[in-house]
Design a protein around this ligand. Structure first.
Ligand code: ZN
Length: 243
């Protein structure tokens, strides 16, 4: 019987508030469609490469859209890729925590001198076209039509949020335009919404910032490119660990 590890970082202490480093890997074009079969292949590929552990369970979280009804389920890892396929019209995520010290585990950010530790892999799949995923969640949105800023109030999902594509500007009533409206991140940086949204993303959470700015593992990188096309890698440092 496999033992399910708790999603707890053993390094975490009350002094160290559990802040971690998170990398977001996502298609570099929000309009590129990434289908559920592609995402299932990506997750299966991570299992085959030994990045995630085929002997441990995977947590599946699913939110039916647009109602927001949430369900969670623990699955054997081998069944989790197939479960992604059943996510039509829903936001789904599959997640597993592994340790770099485990035998046979492949660490895509492996570097000499890295202290290792936990790696939290989460694959997000947003299907249906009514919402898109925001890995880095803007606190407010600027309407490109009238210039008014308004709070985002998006539905949280995993470590990101789901942007309602039918959202209208409270100032002028214009329907959201990803290529014209902007979002302001908590850092104060402002981006066009189309640069912030995606329909799929892989997050990798580590205890510390990896040495590499970009994923150094060619096999994992090829796997991502086969699923996402060319992809962006966004760093989010000093964030609260996933719960
Ligand atoms: Zn407006």
């Amino acid at each position: 019987m496999p033992v399910t590890r708790e999603r707890v970082d053993p390094i975490r202490t009350p002094d160290d508030l559990g802040l971690v480093h998170r990398r977001w890997l996502l298609p570099d074009d929000a309009r590129r469609t990434v289908g559920l079969p592609q995402l299932a292949r990506l997750w299966r590929g991570l299992l085959d490469l030994g990045v995630i552990d085929s002997n441990q369970e995977v947590e599946l979280l699913r939110m039916l859209l647009p109602a927001g009804e949430l369900s969670a389920q623990d699955l054997p890892a081998v069944a989790s890729a197939g479960a992604l396929l059943a996510g039509s019209g829903a936001a789904s995520l599959v997640t597993q925590v592994v340790w770099t010290s485990e035998e046979g585990r492949r660490d895509p950010y492996a570097a000499e001198g890295d202290p290792g530790g936990f790696r939290d892999y989460t694959l997000y799949a947003i299907d249906g076209g009514a919402r898109l995923f925001l890995p880095l969640v803007p606190s407010r949105i600027c309407c490109g039509g009238c210039g008014a800023w308004s709070p985002l109030e998006a539905l949280g999902f995993g470590e990101g949020a789901l942007l309602d594509l039918a959202r209208a500007c409270p100032g002028c009533g214009a329907v959201q335009d990803l290529g014209r409206d902007k979002g302001e991140l908590r850092t104060g940086a402002v981006f066009l919404l189309e640069e912030l949204v995606c329909s799929a993303a892989l997050s990798i959470e580590l205890p510390h910032e990896p040495e590499h700015e970009e994923l150094p593992d060619a096999a994992v990188s090829d796997l991502l490119r086969a699923c996402f096309g060319s992809y962006d890698e966004l760093a989010d440092d000093g964030v609260a660990a996933a719960t």
